[in-house]
Write a protein that binds this ligand. Structure first.
Ligand SMILES: Cc1ncc(COP(=O)(O)O)c(C=O)c1O
Length: 362
């Protein structure tokens, strides 16, 4: 078992803090404690409940029809829930199928833990949408877990309710679980499919406060699943993080309680940002993309083909602008464009991107 660094995270660690314009981040504009107007003074900085504070679990469970707090495991970001679920559900001789591309830890954890991993590839030719006939053919007799991410990072593709239902059926026929990373679901327009965990005991919902809510710094995510899985997550995390940050949990609870107030503001900002990106993309001679259907990321590629490494490095070094080369997400030829951040920064960042594109084409 060997843990290697993830190329995507190396890129972030090296470059995201040295730029002026970040148009590569995969979430909405980062919030500050001040903006949230949350009083943190009385929070006890003690160890917390290992599955998350009961009031937070209750608040989360409300969103999932048929679920109770017992179905909720609050974790250190969705990343920890993903790790714990793969570690628990996929045994040494079991197979895991991971939709690809996606946020790399979904497949990298499986690799690091030495699992039998099959990638279920989303293809440009199919608008990066999941081809469920193809998924069916990938099932093996030892498949225990299938994971999907929609809205997808980095392509912005979505899954319909009918497709989700079919994916659950495929998992159930195989005697496997289906885990859906729903991190961007609250940014799905106009109508998202049901939350996976509300559709079947074989389905697991995974999500996070990091993307839609602009709060990656609080490191709070969760899984909603049948109780045995929630208990397994507790066992894994007691050996890794023990519990969540008490400050993070308090912020998450406040924000979720104000969900109906905060979410429309975030969605409005994302729609307005997307209009800027859409117009900009429509005016590009050197780029093409499959238009993202939801979320805050898309994956353009160079019309002339070839790697985008040179473009993204030039952007960081000469134009102080951050995007993510596709090679860091096993999608070379593309790059990730994030449009969830600050409006002015997006406009300025796209201008820098135009300059860099001109440089590499002259
Ligand atoms: C689809 C997806 N899932 C999970 C994560 C990890 O999120 P967290 O910050 O909650 O660990 C990311 C981060 O980029 C992501 O894009």
């Amino acid at each position: 078992m060997t843990f290697e660094r993830m190329p995507l995270e190396i890129w972030f660690d090296e470059h995201q803090f040295e730029v002026d314009y970040d148009i590569g981040e995969s979430g909405t504009k980062f919030l500050t404690v001040k903006q949230l107007e949350i009083d943190l003074n009385e929070i006890q900085l003690r160890y917390g409940y290992h599955l998350g504070h009961p009031s937070l679990r209750k608040e989360i469970a409300k969103q999932y029809r048929g679920a109770t707090s017992k179905n909720v495991a609050v974790t250190t970001g969705a990343s920890e829930a993903n790790f714990a679920i793969i570690a628990h559900l996929v045994g040494p001789r079991d197979n895991i199928i991971v939709e690809h591309p996606t946020y790399p830890s979904l497949y990298q954890v499986a690799r690091s833990l030495g699992k039998d991993l099959t990638l279920f590839k989303l293809e440009w030719e199919n608008d990066f949408r999941p081809d469920l006939d193809k998924l069916r053919k990938l099932i093996k007799s030892n498949t225990k877990l299938i994971t999907l991410t929609h809205p997808n990072n980095p392509t912005g593709s979505v899954i319909t309710k009918a497709e989700l239902k079919e994916a659950i059926e495929i998992a159930e026929e195989a005697g496997a679980y289906l885990m859906v990373d729903e991190t961007y679901r609250d940014l799905m327009f106009p109508q998202p499919p049901p939350l996976a965990a509300t559709m079947s005991p074989s389905a697991i919902s995974l999500t996070s406060m990091s993307k839609t809510w602009g709060l990656p710094g609080i490191r709070i995510g969760w899984a909603v699943a049948e109780e045995s899985i929630v208990e397994a997550i507790r066992a894994v995390r007691e050996q890794v993080t023990i519990c969540n940050s008490s400050v993070g949990e308090a912020i998450a609870k406040e924000v979720l309680q104000k969900r109906s107030e905060i979410l429309p503001v975030i969605r409005k900002a994302v729609i307005s940002n997307y209009k800027i990106v859409e117009d900009w993309m429509n005016s590009q001679d050197w780029l093409e993309w499959i238009e993202p259907q939801s979320g805050v990321v898309g994956a353009p590629k160079l019309k002339r083909g070839g790697s985008t490494d040179q473009l993204c490095e030039l952007l960081v070094k000469k134009y102080r602008t951050f995007t993510v080369p596709g090679s860091r997400m096993e999608l070379d030829g593309h790059f990730r464009l994030g449009f969830g951040g600050d409006h002015e920064e997006l406009i300025e960042g796209l201008e820098q991107l135009s300059k860099a594109l001109k440089d590499i084409h002259s």
